[in-house]
Design a protein around this ligand. Sequence first.
Ligand code: PHE
Length: 344
Amino acid sequence: MNRLKINLKILKKEAKKEIEGAKNLKELDEIFRKYLGEKGELRQILHSLEKISKAKKRRAKIGKEVNELKEFLEEKIKDKRSSLAKVTESKEEWVDITIPGKKPSLGHLHPLTQVKREIEEIFQSMGFSVVEGPEVENEWYNFDALNIPKDHPARDMWDTLWLKDKGAKLLLRAHTSPVQIHYMEKNQPPLRIIVPGSVFRHEATDTRHEFQLYQIEGLMVDKEISVAHLKAILAEFFKRFFGKNTAFRLDPDFFPFTEPSFNVSVTCVICGGKGCNLCKKTGWLEMAGAGMVHPNVLKNSGLNPKEWRGWAFGFGLERLAMMKYKIDDIRLFRSGDLRFLNQF
Ligand code: PHE
């Protein structure tokens, strides 16, 4: 019996030391299992007690001591558990279940794509079809068919990017107007189309110019078509696109493929017409070239100019987006800067 008593003493001492030295809750659980668990040391002592001692009284006495030890250890473990929990709480293991979940960041369409789709919808609702054409053109479609003969100074209006080639003079289209010819070659009027697409120019960049940009060409061919139709369509488009009646004006201009020719300007939204850097203090921003389709262009597309008449325009898509969202630098669109893109 004495031996058992000594065992309990040693056990108490050892267990106490282990509990105090536990570094985390996992270790503490192991210590609990070792001494107080189903197969723990205290249980085993109680079992062995049954075998060696028949005397009830003694058994009860030792049993009491084991129970006291059990309570003592339980208390110790409890204390240690709460002090360990406090430490972990202040460390990284602590999980705040009230923090809202992390939202996966979803991508979205580029502002130019959004604006392009919006414009397409507006024109489609007015009976226009959306048509595309090639980005690599030959001289005929980009210039000659559009009434811009070789060696004519008007060619210099488009700072063309030529492709290295073997024989055929190919270029990156400088405007979407060549698609007028492609479409009229294959389709009989009456027709209404818009042509969104990339165009390329050998040009120095600044807040208003880029060497690659989007244009939206418009073409309407029918009998008895006049500038009045052009103005009406433009007015309706601006109203729907900018969401209010927007002042715009047609000024005389020159394009070899339209006669008469205009440029279309809207009030600068940045300064409200007062004059700022973007509109070069004029209060107006040029948005498009336009005019009545030149008879030679109809002829070059296989149509009889005595029978058909039409108008055409060419919008800069970036310009339209800049006006709508008050963006003062065209270079932002292709900068890939998320601080800019995430605003749309
Ligand atoms: N293609 C012309 C340009 O790029 C714009 C334009 C289109 C002008 C249609 C008149 C008619 O400058």
